[in-house]
Design a protein around this ligand. Structure first.
Ligand code: ZN
Length: 341
């Protein structure tokens, strides 16, 4: 296991919503990723890159370019399926989940991969050169400055995110492979907005701001200096905390399928979504999944009010029909009232 250390996730001061949203997506890849908005220098990218060190091991098919899940026969790539059909046994290995970068300057070809048409015509065989989406399968796909992405690339991301499959077509020849990724985007809202379709794709959203308390700012400064002066000592100092969080994440992963919720919880979520005038039903679903994942993270077997309130804060701000985001302080008193009833 060779992971390049960047910074320690547990050394990031404050920014609890951002850290929680990232961790929840690791515990439950079905949440739909997270959009992190905030001014420059608020540790957004640092947090995403530092997350890599906390990612759990997972089983994948040895030698597969797409990291197929050997226990999920329905979503194997063509190559793995062909091997099975030839009677081969797919050998599994354990590898940590990864954070895959999608640079904002990447061309569409670089993202989706390329199909060698000449080779296909000459030999009748498909020859596919993988792109970024191949590596992103079952991993985190990270786009910094996601609001500056080229429109074509955004379309490709929307398609793959919806289907969990990347399809490349050229001159009547097409190639598909699994591309189910956790989309994490960071952006500075001062540099332009995101297309509404893409905003909607993110399961969760958080807005981060710089610390305004002296003590906190000093802590940020101290941690940064410790890291710059002696990275090895810094990593060593934080290792116990890192190990503790890693263990907590893996316990939550194991607990997740066992978490239950009552009908009252569903009704409460529906009421909150009606009150806050969110669009469509996706919000209700994401909110419920988030509350369940939070319960697992909190070590509980049942969703309680605390999880519903926190889930609303993470899953709803970008789904409000009126002025998404602008109400950064959106009306929690109304949600709290509903929860008290
Ligand atoms: Zn495969």
């Amino acid at each position: 296991m060779n992971r390049k250390k960047t910074y320690c996730f547990t050394a990031i001061v404050g920014q609890e919503d951002m850290k929680t949203a990232l961790i929840l997506n690791v515990i439950n890849p079905g949440l739909g990723g997270v959009l992190i908005r905030g001014e420059k220098g608020t540790a957004k990218s640092t947090a995403v890159r530092a997350l890599a060190e906390l990612l759990p091991l997972r089983r994948q098919v040895k030698g597969c370019r797409f990291g197929c899940d050997p226990d999920d026969a329905a979503h194997l790539c063509d190559e793995c399926r062909a091997r099975l059909e030839r009677g081969e046994i797919l050998e599994a290995e354990e590898q940590p989940m990864r954070v895959i970068d999608l640079p904002v300057s990447a061309t569409e070809d670089r993202v989706v991969g390329t199909l060698d048409i000449e080779h296909a015509i000459k030999t009748g065989e498909k020859k596919f050169e993988t792109g970024i989406l191949a590596g992103a399968n079952r991993n985190i796909l990270y786009v910094d400055e996601v609001n500056l992405l080229d429109d074509h690339v955004v379309d490709v991301l929307l398609d793959s995110a919806a289907m969990g499959v990347n399809t490349v077509e050229r001159e009547g020849v097409s190639y598909s492979h699994p591309a189910a990724f956790i989309l994490v985007g960071t952006m500075n809202p001062e540099e332009g907005d995101l297309r509404p379709q893409l905003i909607d794709r993110f399961g969760l959203s958080v807005t981060v701001a710089g610390e305004h308390e002296v003590e906190r700012r000093v802590e940020v400064l101290e941690n940064r200096l410790k890291y710059e002066n002696d990275p090895e000592a810094f990593f060593q100092e934080y290792e116990p905390k890192q190990a503790e969080l890693r263990a907590r994440i893996s316990e939550a992963c194991a607990r997740l399928p066992k978490v239950t919720y009552s009908r009252a919880v569903m009704e409460l979520i529906a009421k909150i979504c009606i009150q806050l005038e969110v669009d469509g039903h996706r919000a209700d679903i994401v909110m419920l999944k988030t509350a369940v994942t939070l319960a697992a993270y909190h070590g509980k077997d049942q969703v309680e009010k605390e999880e519903i309130l926190q889930a609303a804060r993470l899953a709803l701000p970008h789904r409000m029909r009126r002025r998404p985001f602008e109400d950064a302080q959106f009306d929690f008193s109304r949600i709290e009232e509903l929860l008290r009833e």
